[in-house]
Design a protein around this ligand. Structure first.
Ligand SMILES: [Zn+2]
Length: 416
């Protein structure tokens, strides 16, 4: 991709009215644009990061044998009434008393903030026998949640992208076995995107009465407070924290602010009861289906990565999610032999993957180009200039060291 052709430009200043580090850098770098408070557009550069994260999550969910689907964002009132959740204060609702009189609007919809109800209704069409279990399905979908105070950039939005997976089981034992598998898959996801998480016990909110598990990244930008032990695996969210639960370990309990990047819920039979989802057993008896639901905040991961990986010069993307693999920067004034060689290498490496950004702009100084490259946070910077001779200068965004290397070596660096 030629930098001169990008839709976006890097801003010289931080946006006004944004306090969070992630929103500041992401807007300045042209990854996202603020549309309203808590509502952001994901711009082409941001979408590259989002797709990389999505692909990692998709691979891990597929590895569990789960299937991807897409449910509607518009969810009719009747679904939520079955579980008593139409009244929760996070739903953006369409329709009102006045337009109820109009037949065409004689219904009410809410913008989906979670999809247990819709998924259970779908499952009812296909799950009838114990032989149909277990099953699971997931989606990546824009969710909507009313937030009184939408701050924190991508950490707490009114509209955000989520991966939500729902599982259906014959009994609690089977749910438990899946629960442990998806726990492991979540650990893989966070490791692959570059986040260190701790798993904290938490309350179930509007979902379940049982303990749930939250995947938390310890970071001062977070809104959660987690109590944890650095020696054993004990960790609890502040709402459920009881010091007496930390047994058989003498280490002191610490607490820290944290960003919740995922959660897993054992739902039991609450939703299958509401939607009368049951299966016929071998004995001929009927049994309620046991369910679980599991979320990962995709856009929130982007925000968390910037909170975790940025310095005074900009973002430092982990390689696995970076918008481009490498940033080629041309400093040569003339399109001479060396420039042509450099451009040919870019074309060769970029041809199939489109994962190289080439700074071809003639109206920017070397200093401006380097500063902008640091803001973008692409893992490798490769420079061709008068000073680099027949070689190229290579520098990792995360390091201050640079060196001159041959063209052959550059190809090795960029090999998959
Ligand atoms: Zn401990």
């Amino acid at each position: 991709m030629l930098q001169s052709k990008l839709l976006t430009k890097i801003s010289k200043t931080f946006p006004e009215g944004e306090e969070s580090k992630n929103a500041k850098w992401l807007i300045r770098g042209g990854f996202i644009a603020k549309s309203s408070s808590g509502v952001y557009s994901i711009l082409p550069l941001g979408l590259r990061v989002l797709r990389n994260i999505t692909e990692i999550v998709r691979e891990e969910m597929n590895a569990l044998g789960s299937e991807e689907l897409a449910m509607p964002a518009l969810v009719e009132k009747k679904y939520w009434e079955k579980t008593g959740r139409w009244g929760v204060d996070v739903i953006y609702k369409t329709g009102n008393e006045e337009n109820k009189k109009d037949e065409a609007h004689d219904f009410e919809f809410g913008l989906g903030w979670t999809h247990e109800e819709v998924m259970t209704a779908i499952a009812n069409n296909f799950i009838q026998s114990y032989r149909d279990l277990p099953k699971s399905a997931y989606q990546f979908q824009t969710k909507f949640r009313k937030e009184v105070r939408a701050q924190g950039g991508l950490l707490r939005g009114r509209e955000f992208l989520m991966k939500d997976l729902y599982s259906f089981h014959l009994d609690e034992k089977d749910l438990e076995s899946f629960y442990l598998k998806i726990w492991k898959a979540y650990n893989n996801v966070y490791k692959r995107v570059g986040l260190k998480t701790i798993v904290a016990e938490a309350g179930g909110g509007d979902f379940t009465k049982q303990y749930t598990h939250e995947f938390q990244v310890l970071n001062t930008a977070g809104e959660d407070l987690v109590y944890y032990c650095s020696k054993c695996k004990f960790a609890q969210n502040k709402e459920v924290f009881k010091p007496e639960n930390h047994k058989d370990c003498k280490e002191e309990i610490l607490n820290a602010k944290a960003i919740e990047v995922g959660n897993i819920f054992r739902l039991g039979t609450r939703y299958s009861e509401a939607f009368n989802l049951k299966v016929k057993l071998e004995s001929g008896e009927e049994s309620r289906v046991v369910m679980g639901s599991y979320g990962i905040g995709i856009t929130r991961i982007i925000g968390t990565l910037v909170e975790e990986y940025s310095d005074e010069r900009g973002i430092i993307w982990p390689k696995s999610v970076a918008p481009f693999k490498a940033h080629f920067i041309n400093l040569r004034k003339n399109k001479d032999k060396e420039f042509k060689k450099f451009f040919a290498l870019y074309e060769k490496l970029n041809k199939n993957s489109n994962e190289i950004l080439f700074d071809d702009r003639a109206d920017k100084s070397a200093g401006e180009k380097f500063a902008e490259s640091d803001i973008l946070g692409i893992p490798l910077r490769i420079v061709c200039g008068e000073k680099t001779g027949i070689k190229l200068e290579i520098k990792e965004r995360s390091s201050s060291k640079f060196k001159l290397v041959s063209y052959k070596e550059i190809e090795k660096y960029l090999a998959v």
